[in-house]
Write a protein that binds this ligand. Structure first.
Ligand SMILES: C[S@@+](CC[C@H](N)C(=O)[O-])C[C@H]1O[C@@H](n2cnc3c(N)ncnc32)[C@H](O)[C@@H]1O
Length: 342
């Protein structure tokens, strides 16, 4: 029942997004991936170039507009996290959270990100939480359910993602979604107690500008909890940008690659939720071959080292504009925790 209702609501949102949101000139994923390739391979971002940064952001928002219009493999866009104890903890709070329209791995990545903040779940009742790069909103909705936070705001550069988030999850003043840029957040100074950032920072031309903005919108003593996949170049960018923001004190950095790889492997398994849902979609055999390799790449398969590097896989990755993952492989998946110093 629930799944059918989800599918129907997806179809409606898809039609709206397709007719109103997508720039018809921006359909070639390969073209759109060039600015991201500069970001990950060539080292753009060391010297901030306004024009290049705007091009990168426009390309990224177009890609996510397209994904927001068509994605129906669950409502989260991250590689996930697997840990049986953490899953049992969430199961106590939200029984059955892995049973309907989700395998739960992406929610667990959010839960892990949350539990690294030194606040108990009960402490959120009077707290304001911001998610930067909230995608289509399901992660923040999940956080609202596990914390009961007073107010949660999501911001994302993709208009279609925010339209879908608002259409599906917004709840009056308590849960809101807004279009905006991580490097220029549309919020007042000191508005939030907590900022979460899940698998989004790798797309920002300047991590330094993002950290400055997070420090500005956080209350003194507030927390930033961030997880992301890092190439060698991005790891270097992090190491340089972290000390560059004096209003953020870094409290922890942890490699969570094993838990993320475990989730990706479970998703790649033959009878996984993602594989079964994908198999139900109607498409030609050629499109299926391309889409399947694109999907596995997008879900982090190359990070596990198990992904096929057959000529077909290579060709279809190139076709889908995801070939950048071969040029700039992800080396680790990390969590970072910072607090805003006064
Ligand atoms: C991999 S998705 C993750 C979405 C969500 N956090 C989740 O885990 O489902 C990355 C998100 O970051 C957003 N994003 C990329 N660059 C951004 C920017 N400069 N400002 C705000 N959002 C951005 C994208 O539009 C996309 O929705």
């Amino acid at each position: 029942m629930d799944r059918r209702r989800d599918a129907e609501s997806d179809k409606g949102e898809l039609a709206v997004a397709q007719t109103k949101r997508i720039d018809p000139g921006a359909r070639n994923l390969n073209e759109l991936s060039k600015p991201t390739e500069r970001l990950h391979v060539a080292g753009a971002g060391d010297d901030y170039n306004e024009q290049e940064a705007e091009q990168t952001k426009a390309a990224i928002s177009s890609v996510y507009d397209m994904i927001a219009a068509t994605w129906n493999l669950g409502d989260l866009w991250n590689w996930g996290f697997h840990d049986a104890k953490l899953e049992a903890q969430v199961e106590e709070i939200l029984p059955g959270f892995t049973s309907f329209g989700s395998d739960g791995f992406s929610e667990l990545l959010y839960f892990h990100t949350l539990t690294q903040i030194p606040l108990g779940l009960d402490a959120y009742r009077d707290k304001r939480v911001l998610e930067v790069g909230c995608g289509i909103g399901a992660g923040l909705n999940f956080l609202s359910r596990v914390t009961g936070a007073a107010q949660l705001s999501g911001v994302d550069i993709s208009k279609a993602a925010i339209a879908r988030a608002n259409g599906r999850y917004s709840r009056g003043e308590q849960l809101t979604y807004t279009v905006g840029d991580a490097e220029n957040l549309p919020f007042e100074d000191g508005a939030f107690d907590v900022v979460v950032n899940v698998e989004s920072s790798h797309s920002y031309p300047s991590l330094g500008r993002f950290f400055d903005e997070v420090a500005r919108v956080l209350k003194p003593g507030g927390y930033l909890s961030l997880v992301d996949a890092l190439t060698d170049h991005r790891a270097d960018t992090f190491a340089k940008a972290m000390p560059g923001c004096p209003r953020l004190e870094w409290l922890a950095e942890n490699d969570i690659s094993p838990q993320v790889k475990a989730a990706v492997r479970k998703r790649m398994a033959p009878d996984s939720f993602v594989r079964r849902t994908f198999a139900q979609q109607r498409m030609s055999p050629v499109k299926r071959t391309i889409a399947q390799h694109g999907l596995l790449t997008a879900l982090g398969a190359p990070f596990t080292g198990d992904a096929s590097m057959s000529p077909v896989a290579k060709w279809s990755r190139k076709k889908t504009g995801l070939g950048v993952s071969d040029k700039a492989p992800v080396r680790s998946y990390r969590h970072y925790l910072a607090t805003r110093v006064s």
